[in-house]
Design a protein around this ligand. Structure first.
Ligand code: ADP
Ligand code: ZN
Ligand code: ZN
Length: 752
């Protein structure tokens, strides 16, 4: 019985992307389970290679005589939950990539790390026997042993480090007494706790005791009723920032937890962990944990174990927390569901929202998507009846939304103001400083400046290895953000010799400098990739600002989302249109979302908020509708545009990237693939398909690798999956493809 195992070899290569069958040795039969990591002989040299068991079966798929045997179960490797193997298969099928890559995706913590232990020395005999022994030891002048025994007669259990420290007893003495049977050393496993930085005051919370308002209550009821009936729908909770969505999540989860079920709460990025974690901690205490990439391997492993062992009810974290091994999942909550970070940028390029819905379907859980600015995708699906739309229409305690002003930067320049801060914004900042209120300045860029161009001939300094412009940093070096290439900043145009070279746009450091010059007495904090590189970097800056240690917070995207700072009454958006100019079709949506979210940071406390949007395109509908805080009108306009151009969510899209160090092969292969599909279409097989390309990718070269793309659009997602399968099979059969790599991206969030 169960004599064979189908195993995915831990090598990601299209040619190996199928299960290999091995014999299960007699001694292993009782132990071996699907999901386990094993070592098997593989390849010509029969080298010991890691693999994942995906199935244990009685059916031999080929000649038993030639079949090799599993060498060992890898006890250091964490097994994939059997349930998550099915999810991995779904990911592979729907997003491309190999089964090995998919298995690794659903197993974000793969290796066991050493457990931390607490040791204690305890008395191993009765008090009476101990006292007798003590007399003996004293007689023999065994002072060290006597000292320990005496202490243990006083306190029967003493931490090991106290024994070796304060009592000054060596481990040799402890071992000797263990041998005599007088004492024992007890070990207790302790989990590393990622919440240790939290202060007592924060843990207890200040004002978290409230009852849900009527709207919140209704939403909780709707979702719980559906949940009780085991329909397990997907809900889209649309509510402006501060309308009480998080409070709804907490209430739903509390009810599920009361029934012995668990919940996963996804947040878009690590920067948001801190505040979210506090809110949940105040409700669920030690039964909440977090899982994210800035934690150490040991910390992550421990949280994984705690979840698996039933010691946790709620796991909070970015994308990969979706694969937390809970055994009785009740809810998956996706907060700020519109965020692009829910889409993986590495293979498999899965979307956490869709994958969550699939996991919930497989395990009988419900999904709640929350946002103040739902993705076009989700809102469209809600309109189509695929998701159930629920709305929170007002801010808690009827706090009014902030007022927004649009400042035309072109006019500003005409008036002679060359500063990045408009006159109006400066005036309002001055006012807030006087009143002792806080200001946030938002810029969606990083570094001290963007690209550098020549004002006389227009020459732009580019990376020699990638098809992108270099950015100037304040250490006077030019850096490529794709490959890391650096060179000293030049003073003279390499093309025409002109001296008038200049950095095009200011970054956060530059703005910090300008703000400090303009308001020398203001206390300024900056939050961007540079200042948050350290562990807990986000938390430190956020809690400093929350504790009013600064008047002004300057930052990139990461400051605009989710944070709740009651004393912020002014938000300045410095260059609203930067996000409009991207190489993909999300420009308007992203701009609307960013501006709306940024604006939502103002006036979350007692005072009404004010927002200044500075822009070069004041007439663009995404900017106008964001200023008006009008999601509906924005949606109507944007969905028309998507429909007209056959873009998602109305159509589905798949990009195929063909990359090679050899330019000729990149071109040849992308042409072959294009022709293959063209042929199928001429035979009338792929009706309704739109194919664009092959063409150069938006960035045609990265690190000397040439990149070609093919775009496919169709109303039916399955057709695109079918095309992917056809093309994968085709590339597997033709030698030309050996020097190229192929990647697929479904409904991409970024341009290539
Ligand atoms: P969102 O997640 O939509 O931004 P939150 O759930 O964070 O909104 O709520 C905003 C603020 O209002 C929070 O400080 C929260 O504690 C508070 N709050 C939420 N619901 C209520 C309620 N029913 N009564 C009083 N305060 C509430
Ligand atoms: Zn020039
Ligand atoms: Zn480069």
């Amino acid at each position: 019985m169960a004599a064979y195992a189908n195993i995915i070899i831990d090598i990601s290569h299209e040619k190996l992307d199928r299960p290999f069958q091995y014999r299960v040795p007699e001694a292993m039969k009782k132990q071996l389970r699907p999901g386990m990591q094993v070592l098997v002989p593989f390849g010509n040299g029969n080298r010991a290679t890691r693999g994942y068991v995906i199935e244990v079966t009685d059916e031999a798929e080929f000649d038993q005589e030639r079949m090799k045997e599993i060498t060992a179960i890898d006890m250091e490797g964490i097994p994939v939950e059997a349930r998550l193997i099915a999810l991995a298969a779904w990911i592979k099928e729907n997003y491309g990539g190999t089964m090995n890559q998919a298995l690794k995706t659903v197993l974000p913590v793969r290796q066991k790390t050493r457990q931390k232990e607490k040791k204690r020395v305890a008395l191993a005999v009765s008090r009476k026997a101990g006292q007798e022994q003590l007399l003996q030891l004293q007689k023999k002048h065994n002072t060290a042993r006597a000292r320990l025994l005496e202490a243990l007669l006083d306190t029967p259990e003493i931490p090991y480090e106290v024994v070796t420290g304060k009592l000054n007893i060596t481990s040799a003495v402890i071992r000797a007494m263990e041998k005599m049977g007088l004492v024992m050393v007890e070990k207790e496993q302790v989990y590393r706790n990622p919440i240790s930085f939290v202060t007592e005051e924060e843990r207890n919370g200040k004002d978290r005791h409230f009852t849900l308002n009527r709207e919140q209550q209704q939403i909780v009821n709707t979702i719980t009723e559906d949940y009780k009936k085991a329909h397990y729908n997907t809900f889209l909770l649309y509510g402006v920032t501060g309308s009480g969505k998080t409070a709804v999540y907490i209430e739903l989860i509390a009810r599920a937890v009361a029934e012995g079920r668990q919940a996963i709460v996804l947040i878009p990025e690590i920067a948001l962990t801190y505040q979210t974690l506090m809110r949940f901690y105040q409700r669920f205490g030690e039964r909440v944990s977090v899982l994210h990439s800035k934690m150490s391997a040991g910390e992550r492993y421990d949280q994984f174990l705690r979840a698996k062992n039933g010691q946790l009810d709620v796991m909070i974290g970015p994308r990969s927390a979706l694969f937390t091994p809970f055994s009785n999942l009740g809810y998956i909550i996706i907060d700020e569901e519109h965020e692009a970070s829910y889409k993986s940028e590495t293979i498999p390029r899965y979307h956490a929202r869709e994958t969550a819905i699939e996991r919930a379907r497989q395990e009988g859980a419900s999904v709640v998507l929350g946002s103040a600015t739902p993705s076009l995708e989700s809102y469209y699906k809600a309109r189509q009846g695929e998701y159930q739309l629920l709305e929170l229409t007002a801010r808690i305690e009827e706090k009014p939304l902030p007022t927004c002003e649009i400042i035309d930067l072109r006019e500003e320049l005409k008036q002679g103001n060359r500063s990045i801060l408009s006159e109006r914004l400066q005036e309002l900042m001055e006012d807030r400083l006087k009143k002792g209120q806080q200001t946030m300045l938002f810029l969606n860029r990083r570094g001290i400046s963007g690209f550098v161009s020549c004002r006389e001939c227009g020459h732009v300094l580019r990376c020699p290895h990638c098809d992108v412009s270099l950015s100037q940093h304040n250490n006077a070096r030019m850096v490529c953000h794709y490959c890391g290439y650096q060179e000293p900043a030049v003073k003279i145009c390499p093309s025409c010799g002109s001296k008038y070279l200049s950095a095009f746009k200011a970054g956060t450091q530059k703005i910090e400098q300008i703000v400090k010059e303009r308001f020398p007495h203001a206390r300024v904090l900056r939050m961007d990739l540079d200042t948050t590189r350290m562990k807990d970097g986000y938390e430190r800056i956020l809690s400093a600002f929350a504790n009013r240690e600064a008047d002004i917070l300057i930052g990139t995207q990461m400051i605009v989302k989710g944070h709740d700072f009651p004393d912020v009454t002014l938000v300045g958006i410095l260059a609203a249109d930067l996000s409009l100019h991207t190489s993909d079709y999300h420009g308007a949506e992203r701009t609307f979302q960013l501006l709306t979210q940024a604006a939502g940071r103002a006036g979350r406390g007692r005072e009404k908020g004010q927002v200044v949007i500075q822009t070069y395109s004041p007439g663009h509908y995404s900017i106008e509708q964001a200023a008006a805080q009008n999601y509906q009108d924005f949606y109507e306009q944007e969905i028309q545009y998507r429909s007209l151009l056959k873009y998602p969510p109305v159509w589905h899209m798949m990009v195929m990237l063909v990359a090679s160090r050899d330019q000729m092969y990149a071109e040849l292969c992308s042409d072959l693939l294009g022709k293959k599909i063209e042929q199928a279409r001429e035979q009338g097989k792929l009706e309704g398909l739109v194919m664009v390309g092959p063409a150069d990718a938006a960035v045609a070269k990265i690190s000397d690798v040439y990149r070609k793309v093919l775009y496919f659009k169709h109303k039916d997602y399955r057709t695109l999956v079918h095309i992917k399968d056809v093309l994968e099979e085709f590339t597997g059969r033709h030698r030309e493809f050996e020097s190229v790599t192929i990647q697929f991206d479904f409904n991409p969030m970024n341009g290539f």
